[in-house]
Write a protein that binds this ligand. Structure first.
Ligand SMILES: Nc1ncnc2c1ncn2[C@@H]1O[C@H](COP(=O)(O)OP(=O)(O)O)[C@@H](O)[C@H]1O
Ligand SMILES: [Mg+2]
Length: 230
Protein backbone atom coordinates (compact mmCIF):
# COMPACT_ATOMS: atom_id res chain seq x y z
CA UNK A 1 0.00 0.00 0.00
CA UNK A 2 1.35 3.48 -0.80
CA UNK A 3 1.96 5.73 2.21
CA UNK A 4 -0.90 7.96 3.42
CA UNK A 5 1.43 10.94 3.33
CA UNK A 6 4.60 11.56 1.31
CA UNK A 7 6.85 14.58 1.44
CA UNK A 8 9.49 14.76 -1.26
CA UNK A 9 12.43 17.21 -1.34
CA UNK A 10 10.62 19.96 0.56
CA UNK A 11 12.29 23.36 0.73
CA UNK A 12 10.97 26.34 2.67
CA UNK A 13 12.58 29.62 3.54
CA UNK A 14 11.39 32.86 5.10
CA UNK A 15 12.66 36.34 4.51
CA UNK A 16 12.68 38.47 7.65
CA UNK A 17 13.96 42.04 7.52
CA UNK A 18 15.62 41.34 4.16
CA UNK A 19 17.44 38.28 5.47
CA UNK A 20 16.67 34.88 4.03
CA UNK A 21 16.40 32.02 6.42
CA UNK A 22 16.22 28.45 5.17
CA UNK A 23 13.97 26.45 7.49
CA UNK A 24 13.33 23.17 5.64
CA UNK A 25 15.89 21.80 3.21
CA UNK A 26 15.36 18.77 0.95
CA UNK A 27 13.14 17.24 3.63
CA UNK A 28 11.62 13.83 2.98
CA UNK A 29 9.04 11.84 4.91
CA UNK A 30 6.69 8.90 4.40
CA UNK A 31 3.89 8.11 6.83
CA UNK A 32 1.64 5.07 6.63
CA UNK A 33 -2.05 5.09 7.45
CA UNK A 34 -2.85 4.28 11.11
CA UNK A 35 0.76 4.93 12.20
CA UNK A 36 2.14 7.43 14.71
CA UNK A 37 5.17 9.69 14.48
CA UNK A 38 6.69 12.05 17.05
CA UNK A 39 8.73 15.03 15.84
CA UNK A 40 11.26 16.58 18.17
CA UNK A 41 13.67 19.43 17.58
CA UNK A 42 14.96 22.68 19.02
CA UNK A 43 12.72 25.70 19.22
CA UNK A 44 12.83 27.47 15.85
CA UNK A 45 13.93 24.34 13.96
CA UNK A 46 10.80 24.45 11.76
CA UNK A 47 8.44 21.93 13.39
CA UNK A 48 5.35 24.16 13.22
CA UNK A 49 6.29 25.23 9.68
CA UNK A 50 6.39 21.56 8.67
CA UNK A 51 2.93 20.87 10.14
CA UNK A 52 1.56 23.98 8.40
CA UNK A 53 2.79 22.67 5.05
CA UNK A 54 1.31 19.20 5.65
CA UNK A 55 -2.01 20.73 6.68
CA UNK A 56 -2.03 22.98 3.62
CA UNK A 57 -1.92 26.20 5.69
CA UNK A 58 1.22 27.27 3.83
CA UNK A 59 3.02 26.15 0.67
CA UNK A 60 6.57 24.84 0.24
CA UNK A 61 8.92 26.83 -2.04
CA UNK A 62 9.63 23.58 -3.83
CA UNK A 63 8.98 19.90 -3.37
CA UNK A 64 5.85 17.80 -3.27
CA UNK A 65 3.41 16.83 -0.52
CA UNK A 66 1.05 14.01 -1.39
CA UNK A 67 -1.83 13.06 0.88
CA UNK A 68 -3.61 9.98 -0.44
CA UNK A 69 -3.16 11.03 -4.09
CA UNK A 70 -3.94 14.69 -3.38
CA UNK A 71 -1.12 17.12 -4.26
CA UNK A 72 -1.30 19.34 -1.16
CA UNK A 73 1.64 21.42 -2.49
CA UNK A 74 -0.29 22.61 -5.52
CA UNK A 75 -3.98 22.44 -4.58
CA UNK A 76 -6.14 25.56 -4.33
CA UNK A 77 -7.66 26.86 -1.09
CA UNK A 78 -11.12 25.41 -1.68
CA UNK A 79 -9.85 21.88 -2.26
CA UNK A 80 -7.51 22.11 0.73
CA UNK A 81 -10.34 23.39 2.95
CA UNK A 82 -12.42 20.40 1.92
CA UNK A 83 -9.66 18.02 3.00
CA UNK A 84 -9.13 19.90 6.26
CA UNK A 85 -12.84 19.74 7.05
CA UNK A 86 -13.02 15.99 6.80
CA UNK A 87 -9.68 14.21 6.57
CA UNK A 88 -6.89 16.13 8.32
CA UNK A 89 -7.35 17.72 11.73
CA UNK A 90 -5.21 19.85 14.00
CA UNK A 91 -4.71 19.91 17.76
CA UNK A 92 -3.11 23.14 18.93
CA UNK A 93 -1.18 23.93 22.10
CA UNK A 94 -3.62 26.74 22.91
CA UNK A 95 -6.68 24.54 22.17
CA UNK A 96 -8.44 27.10 19.89
CA UNK A 97 -11.95 26.12 20.96
CA UNK A 98 -14.88 28.33 20.00
CA UNK A 99 -15.40 30.27 23.26
CA UNK A 100 -19.12 30.89 22.77
CA UNK A 101 -20.01 27.24 22.18
CA UNK A 102 -20.48 24.59 24.87
CA UNK A 103 -18.27 21.52 24.98
CA UNK A 104 -21.04 19.54 23.29
CA UNK A 105 -21.40 22.10 20.48
CA UNK A 106 -17.66 22.54 19.96
CA UNK A 107 -17.48 18.80 19.29
CA UNK A 108 -20.73 18.61 17.32
CA UNK A 109 -19.78 21.59 15.13
CA UNK A 110 -16.76 19.74 13.78
CA UNK A 111 -18.79 16.55 13.25
CA UNK A 112 -21.44 18.41 11.23
CA UNK A 113 -18.83 20.36 9.25
CA UNK A 114 -17.09 17.15 8.21
CA UNK A 115 -20.26 15.47 7.02
CA UNK A 116 -19.02 12.39 8.90
CA UNK A 117 -21.33 12.27 11.92
CA UNK A 118 -21.32 9.17 14.07
CA UNK A 119 -23.38 9.63 17.24
CA UNK A 120 -22.23 6.37 18.80
CA UNK A 121 -18.55 7.19 18.31
CA UNK A 122 -19.11 10.77 19.56
CA UNK A 123 -20.67 9.48 22.80
CA UNK A 124 -17.85 6.97 23.18
CA UNK A 125 -15.23 9.73 22.79
CA UNK A 126 -16.99 11.96 25.31
CA UNK A 127 -16.98 9.16 27.84
CA UNK A 128 -13.44 8.05 27.07
CA UNK A 129 -12.13 11.61 27.43
CA UNK A 130 -14.05 12.07 30.69
CA UNK A 131 -16.08 15.02 29.36
CA UNK A 132 -19.56 13.89 30.38
CA UNK A 133 -19.79 16.45 33.20
CA UNK A 134 -18.43 19.27 31.01
CA UNK A 135 -20.86 18.98 28.10
CA UNK A 136 -22.89 22.12 28.91
CA UNK A 137 -19.95 24.27 29.96
CA UNK A 138 -18.27 26.93 27.84
CA UNK A 139 -14.50 26.71 27.29
CA UNK A 140 -13.71 29.58 29.73
CA UNK A 141 -15.41 27.55 32.48
CA UNK A 142 -13.10 24.57 31.92
CA UNK A 143 -9.61 23.83 33.26
CA UNK A 144 -6.68 23.66 30.83
CA UNK A 145 -6.71 19.87 30.98
CA UNK A 146 -10.45 19.78 30.23
CA UNK A 147 -10.09 22.25 27.34
CA UNK A 148 -7.33 20.13 25.83
CA UNK A 149 -9.56 17.05 26.09
CA UNK A 150 -12.36 18.92 24.26
CA UNK A 151 -9.81 19.85 21.58
CA UNK A 152 -8.82 16.19 21.31
CA UNK A 153 -12.48 15.09 21.04
CA UNK A 154 -13.13 17.74 18.39
CA UNK A 155 -10.09 16.65 16.37
CA UNK A 156 -11.13 13.01 16.44
CA UNK A 157 -14.93 13.09 16.25
CA UNK A 158 -15.04 12.62 12.47
CA UNK A 159 -12.31 9.95 12.45
CA UNK A 160 -9.91 11.93 10.25
CA UNK A 161 -7.22 10.03 8.35
CA UNK A 162 -4.49 12.23 9.83
CA UNK A 163 -4.15 14.24 13.04
CA UNK A 164 -1.50 16.95 13.33
CA UNK A 165 -0.77 17.87 16.96
CA UNK A 166 1.57 20.80 17.61
CA UNK A 167 2.92 20.51 21.18
CA UNK A 168 -0.58 19.54 22.29
CA UNK A 169 0.24 19.43 25.99
CA UNK A 170 2.61 22.41 26.09
CA UNK A 171 0.25 24.30 28.41
CA UNK A 172 -0.48 21.44 30.80
CA UNK A 173 1.33 20.28 33.93
CA UNK A 174 3.03 16.86 33.88
CA UNK A 175 0.13 14.95 35.34
CA UNK A 176 -2.44 16.43 32.98
CA UNK A 177 -0.06 16.02 30.01
CA UNK A 178 0.46 12.34 30.68
CA UNK A 179 -3.30 11.86 30.98
CA UNK A 180 -4.04 13.85 27.79
CA UNK A 181 -1.48 11.84 25.81
CA UNK A 182 -2.84 8.53 27.10
CA UNK A 183 -6.34 9.58 26.11
CA UNK A 184 -5.19 10.96 22.77
CA UNK A 185 -3.36 7.74 21.86
CA UNK A 186 -6.30 5.60 22.97
CA UNK A 187 -8.77 7.67 20.96
CA UNK A 188 -6.49 7.77 17.89
CA UNK A 189 -6.39 3.98 17.97
CA UNK A 190 -10.18 3.72 18.12
CA UNK A 191 -10.64 6.32 15.36
CA UNK A 192 -7.99 4.58 13.22
CA UNK A 193 -6.25 7.89 12.42
CA UNK A 194 -2.56 8.40 11.73
CA UNK A 195 -0.88 10.87 14.10
CA UNK A 196 2.01 13.31 13.79
CA UNK A 197 2.80 14.94 17.12
CA UNK A 198 5.37 17.63 17.79
CA UNK A 199 6.66 17.42 21.34
CA UNK A 200 9.62 18.43 23.50
CA UNK A 201 9.07 15.54 25.87
CA UNK A 202 11.08 12.32 25.40
CA UNK A 203 8.52 10.45 27.42
CA UNK A 204 5.68 11.49 25.12
CA UNK A 205 7.71 10.99 21.97
CA UNK A 206 8.60 7.47 23.05
CA UNK A 207 4.92 6.61 23.46
CA UNK A 208 4.61 6.88 19.64
CA UNK A 209 5.71 4.28 17.09
CA UNK A 210 8.46 6.35 15.50
CA UNK A 211 10.51 9.36 16.66
CA UNK A 212 12.29 11.73 14.27
CA UNK A 213 14.19 14.93 15.01
CA UNK A 214 14.06 18.06 12.86
CA UNK A 215 17.60 19.33 12.52
CA UNK A 216 19.29 21.33 9.79
CA UNK A 217 16.04 21.44 7.83
CA UNK A 218 15.71 17.64 7.66
CA UNK A 219 14.06 14.89 9.65
CA UNK A 220 16.65 12.55 11.06
CA UNK A 221 16.44 9.35 13.08
CA UNK A 222 18.82 9.87 15.99
CA UNK A 223 18.41 6.28 17.13
CA UNK A 224 20.13 5.20 13.90
CA UNK A 225 23.01 7.71 14.09
CA UNK A 226 26.38 5.99 14.53
CA UNK A 227 27.70 6.36 18.08
CA UNK A 228 30.64 8.77 18.10
CA UNK A 229 33.83 7.40 19.63
CA UNK A 230 34.64 9.38 22.79
N1 LIG B 1 5.43 33.26 8.77
C1 LIG B 1 6.73 33.38 9.05
N2 LIG B 1 7.43 34.46 8.62
C2 LIG B 1 8.75 34.58 8.86
N3 LIG B 1 9.47 33.67 9.55
C3 LIG B 1 8.84 32.60 10.02
C4 LIG B 1 7.43 32.39 9.80
N4 LIG B 1 7.08 31.21 10.36
C5 LIG B 1 8.20 30.72 10.94
N5 LIG B 1 9.25 31.54 10.73
C6 LIG B 1 10.63 31.30 11.17
O1 LIG B 1 10.99 29.97 10.81
C7 LIG B 1 11.73 29.34 11.84
C8 LIG B 1 11.02 28.07 12.26
O2 LIG B 1 9.83 28.42 12.96
P1 LIG B 1 8.82 27.33 13.53
O3 LIG B 1 8.42 26.44 12.42
O4 LIG B 1 7.76 28.06 14.24
O5 LIG B 1 9.76 26.53 14.54
P2 LIG B 1 9.39 25.52 15.73
O6 LIG B 1 7.93 25.21 15.63
O7 LIG B 1 10.27 24.34 15.53
O8 LIG B 1 9.72 26.22 17.00
C9 LIG B 1 11.87 30.37 12.95
O9 LIG B 1 13.11 30.98 12.83
C10 LIG B 1 10.76 31.34 12.69
O10 LIG B 1 11.10 32.62 13.12
MG1 LIG C 1 6.34 25.45 16.97
Amino acid sequence: MPPLLSLCDINKEFTVAGRRQRVLEQLNLNLNAHSSLAIKGDSGSGKSTLLHLIGGLDKPDSGEIWFDNNPIHSMGDAAISEIRRSRISYIFQDYQLIPTLSTRDNIRFQAVLSGRQDEVFTDQLIEQLDLTDSLDKLPPQLSGGQQQRVAIARALVHKPDLILADEPTGNLDNRNSARAIDLLLGAVKVAGSALIMVTHSDEMANALERVLTLEGGKLIDLSKEPIQPS
